[in-house]
Design a protein around this ligand. Structure first.
Ligand SMILES: Nc1ncnc2c1ncn2[C@@H]1O[C@H](COP(=O)(O)OP(=O)(O)OP(=O)(O)O)[C@@H](O)[C@H]1O
Length: 314
């Protein structure tokens, strides 16, 4: 479907280096920390930014030099870029209108897509009166009415609060069934829930590309660190340990003394109710651990920490 071949772009302070990837599944995620170059890639795909070198293909056709308006890709930027003086209906209809489509066709399409996205009741409102989720759906509807070959979403959930994020994620999944989607995010949960293919981008470089397995077995230290793993050294070898795969016990609670464990001291605790995040100082490391909410350890207590799984990074 969409293929990037050695795509590079550099400015004085930032370099996107030789990005090669082939997205052929219906929901592809570009995952990376802020400033990794995710938006630059998506804008290269739309044609807004021209790469310094490299090629971009869509369904086998070289589109590197094709102007954006001839690609027919739907693009929803991070701030949605809605026209503030137009109603939701007019925002959605805009692209069809300037393409000279008939009033009948526009009406039908706007209503169909609005129904699909659940926004028919806000069609007469202006964007500034809408919630973040409603603005986002309007922006997606505006892209979808043009029957794009692909939908490019730049951090579509960034402006939404956690309570509606889950609904939006399942709606995005539904959209991915009608049109291929490339979606930018720095949120692992979103990436894992939605992505059939995930590219991890750090500092302008592609660090990994694959299915959700890439979260379970990080390939190198940089990825492990970005994905929130602990990096620990045991007998001179480097390992990644997920906070969820640690067990923290008081020394007198340990039943099996031959199990491999590490002595530490609780440095900090954040209580989330049904679970707690602990930082435990073990030698020079501060190891992030997740425990049940019922655990009543206190800051400063001596503990033993077990690693249920360690991933070798050597
Ligand atoms: N037109 C430009 N001129 C100079 N630098 C640019 C330009 N566009 C982007 N950059 C730089 O490229 C780098 C990557 O930016 P980009 O917006 O792609 O990051 P991102 O991964 O999408 O981050 P975020 O999650 O914060 O949006 C940044 O340092 C940015 O300042």
């Amino acid at each position: 479907m969409l293929k990037l071949e050695n795509v590079s772009k550099s400015w004085k302070e930032f370099k996107l280096s030789n990005i090669s990837l082939e997205m052929d599944k219906n929901y592809c995620i570009l995952l990376g920390p802020s400033g990794a170059g995710k938006s630059v890639i998506i804008q290269c795909i739309t044609g807004i930014i021209k790469p310094d070198s490299g090629k971009i293909y869509f369904n086998g056709e070289d589109i590197t030099n094709l102007p954006p308006e001839r690609r027919n890709f739907g693009y929803v930027p991070q701030n949605y870029a809605l026209f503030p003086n137009m109603s939701v209906y007019k925002n959605i209809a805009y692209g069809m209108k300037i393409r000279g489509r008939s009033k009948l066709e526009i009406d039908k399409k706007v209503l169909d897509i609005s129904e699909f996205l659940g926004i028919t009741r806000i069609l007469n409102r202006k964007p500034l009166t809408l919630s973040g989720g409603e603005q986002q759906r309007t922006a997606i509807a505006r892209a979808l009415v043009l029957d794009p070959k692909i939908l490019l979403l730049d951090e579509p959930t960034a402006a939404l609060d956690t309570s509606i994020k889950e609904n939006v994620i399942s709606e995005l999944k539904k959209i991915g069934e009608i049109v291929p989607v490339v979606h930018i995010t720095h949120d692992f949960v979103e990436a894992r829930t939605l992505g059939n293919q995930i590219a991890i981008l750090i500092n302008g470089e592609l660090n990994d590309f694959g299915d959700s397995e890439i979260f379970k077995t990080p390939k190198n230290e940089k990825i492990a660190k970005f994905l929130g793993y602990n990096l620990v050294k045991i007998e001179n070898k480097n390992y990644a340990v997920a906070p969820e795969e640690t067990v923290v016990k008081r020394p007198n609670e340990v039943q099996n003394p031959i199990e491999q464990h590490y002595f530490g001291k609780v440095e900090s605790i954040v209580d989330f109710g049904y679970y707690r995040k602990l930082n435990v100082k073990i030698d020079e490391y501060s190891v992030k651990c997740i425990t049940k909410g019922t655990n009543n350890l206190k800051i400063g207590e001596d503990v033993k920490v077990f690693y249920k799984r360690k991933i070798s990074l050597n």
